[in-house]
Write a protein that binds this ligand. Sequence first.
Ligand SMILES: Nc1ncnc2c1ncn2[C@@H]1O[C@H](COP(=O)(O)OP(=O)(O)OP(=O)(O)O)[C@@H](O)[C@H]1O
Ligand SMILES: [Mg+2]
Length: 244
Amino acid sequence: MTALLEVDEIAVSFDGFRALDSLTLSLEAGELRCIVGPNGAGKTTLMDVITGKTRPDSGAVRFDGREITRLAEHEIVRLGIGRKFQRPTVFPGHTVFENLELTLHGDKRVLRALFARLSPADREAIERTLSLIGLRDHVDRPAGLLSHGQKQWLEIGMLLMQDPKLLLVDEPVAGMSQGEIEKTSEILASLAGKHTVVVVEHDMDFVRTIAKKVTVLHEGRVLAEGSMSDVQNDPTVVEVYLGA
Ligand SMILES: Nc1ncnc2c1ncn2[C@@H]1O[C@H](COP(=O)(O)OP(=O)(O)OP(=O)(O)O)[C@@H](O)[C@H]1O
Ligand SMILES: [Mg+2]
């Protein structure tokens, strides 16, 4: 199998501090990868580089057969990389349905989207997403009235409307209740296969539930990679991260 994403010897420095240090990793199409590591390990910076928000000092990022290292953020989005930030950014005054509708074709041209008639295919795409994120019963509620967890799921749904090949999710379960955390693992696990998903998360119980392959970052490098039990039993990982 060829890799969907290759991060090749990426280095990023901030005022002489090495946030990413010759970081190399690759993702197969359809996998769900968890990335863990202590605060400041470079996890968010890695997502910033993949999405074009931060330009690396050296190294290359290749996605779906082409180099994307120097592309602009919107070009990278258009190639099929979606990113979910920690804070949900739904439109609070619009219903769940409208939020999904607004992101249908990757644009947020509010008026056009709202007044255009939905094609049967569009409607079907929204219905499918609603089932996936479990918000069918809330379809007519304003997004501002949803719980924190529900807003996060809606935002995942909004990203899915653009049918990304790769979805990057940074700390999805922070601030969620136990029930919401479980639901989130189901949602993310159900995306694998059709999408490639990268989840950065500190909640190790959550990671244990969804992880197939785990990458441990430390000081801007890959410290360990493998199954959850491989990395959990790696003495270096225990020392720098899990032992705390
Ligand atoms: N824009 C920036 N300017 C200066 N330093 C930065 C910048 N972004 C990140 N850093 C530094 O780079 C290092 C890596 O940060 P990063 O946010 O990638 O870590 P992280 O693994 O996501 O940590 P956390 O688990 O706390 O979210 C940290 O020391 C951070 O302070
Ligand atoms: Mg971070």
